[in-house]
Write a protein that binds this ligand. Structure first.
Ligand code: SAH
Length: 210
């Protein structure tokens, strides 16, 4: 998988090393283990999916392009929206100083807690909550990454982004269910947005579900 990521254009050595370290098969159901290292999204229950490795790698690599990450050479305080099964949270946990990851579906929040327990990343906090509101107690964040996309970027994410911080999220494009990968950088003068390739993530939904 790591060779494929490299061949696909992922250059950041720390990102590649994180994929080397975190076993993706540990985050999918037994019946899907043989597909765990293919570049494909897989079902994790409750209508949700573990994202495609190439897209996860691409988004994390984009986070390293934020001004604060470039200045310090690392990811510092990260917010993830959409914990899902916890795979991306585990990757971020190996890379960042501190990670807060939010999930709105209680069964998935519990599942991630269970799956992440053996890895025990001490710098990773799992929160059961509505990620559309961000997580103000740990803000501001140098990096915000969303694994679900809505029609617009929630105001809370913009508010909780540090100056010099970068936000990477899918955003719905037009009326259909197409999405584009969107990067927002916060500068002293305001926000700058750039739009990248088309992506396919599950919808960002508000509220909680038990
Ligand atoms: N990063 C995950 C991908 C999970 S799919 C992984 O590695 O497995 C995206 C997740 O976002 C789903 O679990 C979905 O329930 C969650 N989600 C959608 N809207 C949300 C919201 N407002 N707050 C928190 N999580 C949300």
């Amino acid at each position: 998988m790591v060779q494929r990521l490299r061949a696909g254009g992922i250059r950041h050595e720390a990102v590649l090393a994180a994929f080397e370290r975190v076993p993706r098969h540990a985050f999918v159901d037994a019946a899907l283990v043989t597909q765990a290292y293919e570049d494909t999204s897989l079902p994790i229950g409750h209508g949700q999916t573990i994202s495609k490795p190439s897209v996860v790698a691409r988004m994390i690599e984009l986070l390293y392009g934020g001004a604060n990450a470039q200045a310090s050479g690392r990811l510092v305080n990260v917010l993830e929206i959409g914990t899902g099964c916890g795979y991306q949270a585990a990757l971020l946990g190996t890379l960042a100083r501190s990670v807060t990851s939010i999930e709105r579906l209680k069964p998935l929040h519990d599942k991630a807690r269970e799956l992440l327990a053996p890895l025990r990343p001490p710098n990773l906090r799992l929160v059961f909550g509505d990620g559309m509101l961000g997580h103000a107690p740990n803000a501001p964040y140098d990096a915000i990454i969303a694994a679900a996309g809505g029609a617009s970027v929630p105001q809370a994410w913009l508010d909780q982004l540090a100056e010099g911080g970068r936000l990477v999220t899918p955003v719905r494009d037009g009326g259909g269910d197409g999405q584009v990968l969107t990067v927002i950088d916060r500068h002293a003068e305001g926000y700058r947005r750039s739009v990248h390739e088309a992506v396919k993530f599950v919808p960002l939904k508000s509220g909680l579900a038990r």
